[in-house]
Design a protein. Structure first.
Length: 360
């Protein structure tokens, strides 16, 4: 029986461990928190920080193969793991995704359309960038940005003041795309094939993913999937990859990527014939990948801390699936759980369930 090591013990690691078990293998996670979400599912846990070489070595010695559900493992430690243990995904996709400039340049080089962007290292760079790109535009820190953190929307020159606290570090200025909607394409690539999951429309609240609506597959989705597969194969990535996309009419623009399971793909557990966690597990266990198909119209609702009590108002049935992450501390904007509504269109969700949760 093979054992898979997971760097990171959050909800993504928890759901991955569940699928690893379903395929007859064991799972061990590494996380600083002994009571992390994945600890309730994994066969064992290594309690250590993500940059702790001894902890990573212990995880490697206990497992046959290693993956990651946490993106910010330092490069030095990643190189050590790659040189010493079996990481089928490699570290290149993780390395590329850890810096927004590197990420955008990589996407553009391999055929994906990006918004205009410019590296920012000083106030002068910022002022020049605003002249080049125009207003509105978005400033982002190049590292450690997620769920809207480290981002400033610049609507006028007065907003430059909001950026100044970030200028001690490296940043990126991007064209503001007035998109129709955001979507995600999730891919899993093995040596034999590349699969993609049905795509949906992502809705955010305060910069954090709130809902995903998955129903009819739009024509632009076919184009995005083909280009995403071409990108993944051209750059030489294996394993799982999520690419977030802005869609404007028939055009689309690369936003960012994550070489791990993604929040926007939670719906696949009940909404598809196979899910993102199972296919990643199959890749890691060198099993043939299965092409996913959408079972029914599906809605995924992210449950943050401020909605955690409201979640109790939702009754579980054959089309309502609650996934609690077992986090001890409830914080207002912390991801605490998600609910998947199968056989449910967007309109049906709004009519039956939307009023149970906090308004925008």
């Amino acid at each position: 029986m093979k054992t898979i090591g997971i760097i990171g013990g959050g909800q993504l690691g928890m759901m991955l461990a569940e699928e690893i078990h379903n395929l007859g293998a064991k799972a061990i996670c590494l996380d600083p928190n002994p009571k992390c979400s994945a600890s309730f599912v994994c066969d064992d846990i290594v309690v250590a920080k993500y940059d702790d070489i001894e902890g990573l070595k212990k995880l490697g010695d206990m497992t046959d193969v290693i993956t990651y559900e946490f993106e910010n493992v330092p490069s030095k430690q990643l190189k050590f793991l790659l040189d010493t243990y079996n990481i089928p995904q490699g570290i290149q996709p993780l390395f590329d995704s850890q810096n927004r400039i590197r990420e955008k340049e990589n996407a553009k080089k391999h055929g994906l359309k990006t918004p205009k962007f410019k590296a920012i290292n000083s106030l002068a760079d910022l002022e020049d960038g605003i002249k080049e790109i125009g207003i509105p535009c978005v400033y982002k820190t190049t590292t450690l940005g997620y769920d809207g953190h480290g981002q400033v929307l610049i609507k006028s020159k007065d907003d430059i003041e909001k950026v100044k606290p970030f200028l001690e570090g490296e940043g990126i200025l991007e064209e503001f795309i007035k998109y129709d909607f955001e979507t995600s394409v999730i891919l899993v690539r093995s040596k034999d094939k590349t699969i993609t999951f049905p795509m949906g429309i992502n809705k955010h609240k305060n910069g954090i993913l709130d809902e995903v609506f998955v129903d009819k597959q739009l024509k632009v989705f076919d184009t995005i999937k083909k280009d995403a597969i071409r990108f993944m194969e051209s750059v030489g990535y294996y394993g799982i990859l999520c690419i977030e996309i802005f869609v404007k009419g028939d055009e689309y623009f690369f936003n960012e990527m994550a070489p791990r399971p993604h929040n926007s793909g939670h719906y696949t557990i009940e909404g598809c014939t196979t899910n993102q966690y199972r296919e990643l597990a199959r890749f890691l266990l060198e099993m043939p990948l299965e092409e996913p198909k959408l079972i029914s119209p599906t809605v995924m609702k992210n449950i943050l801390g401020f909605d955690y009590d409201n979640m109790k108002k939702v009754k579980v049935d054959k089309d309502v699936h609650i996934h609690d992450y077992f986090k001890a501390e409830v914080r207002e904007k912390r991801k605490m759980a998600h609910i998947t509504f199968t056989n449910t269109t967007k309109d049906e969700y709004i009519e039956k369930y939307k009023n149970l949760f906090c308004e925008d």
